[in-house]
Design a protein around this ligand. Structure first.
Ligand code: RB5
Length: 150
């Protein structure tokens, strides 16, 4: 299960800690940067991971900026991407159960390493519940098809 991850400068420290820990636990992580704490623009890094989730090269993405919001906005511009800012465990669970989210956005200025890891594991382990939620996802796909050019 390959997970793509990227951050801007505001998420750099949290990303570094997360990558180290997840690799230690055996997760397959592809790190798209940033690789230093110098100020950068989050769209440049969000785009890299969202593109790979969009084209199916990656099943999961994690994007970290100061709040998670900027990364979420960027990632949701890509087809097949359902990005959700989840800075708590409940949101991580529901983003999977109801929204079939495939890209997790975190706020590096809002949460610490241990809580972020709990959120990530919840997000990766919780199932999509299907049923009535599938109908809603199909509607999202239809909106995407009708409104996003290739
Ligand atoms: C950078 O200062 C900050 O604006 C960015 O990390 C992010 O929080 C945007 O949503």
């Amino acid at each position: 299960m390959k997970i793509g991850i990227a951050s801007d400068h505001a998420g750099f420290r949290l990303k570094k800690e997360i990558v180290t820990q997840l690799k230690k636990e055996g997760y397959e992580i592809k790190d798209f940067g940033t690789f230093q704490p110098k100020r950068v623009d989050y769209p440049d890094y969000g785009e890299k991971v969202a593109q790979e989730v969009s084209n199916g090269n990656l099943k999961w993405g994690i994007l970290i900026c100061g709040t998670g919001i900027g990364m979420q906005i960027v990632a949701n511009k890509f087809k097949n991407v359902r990005a959700a800012v989840c800075n708590d465990l409940y949101l991580a669970k529901i983003a999977r159960n109801h929204n079939d989210a495939n890209l997790l956005c975190l706020g590096g200025r809002l949460i610490g390493q241990e809580y972020a890891l709990e959120i990530i594991k919840t997000f990766l382990e919780e199932p999509f519940l299907g049923g009535r939620h599938s109908r809603r996802i199909m509607k999202i796909k239809k909106i995407e098809k009708n409104n996003c050019s290739d």
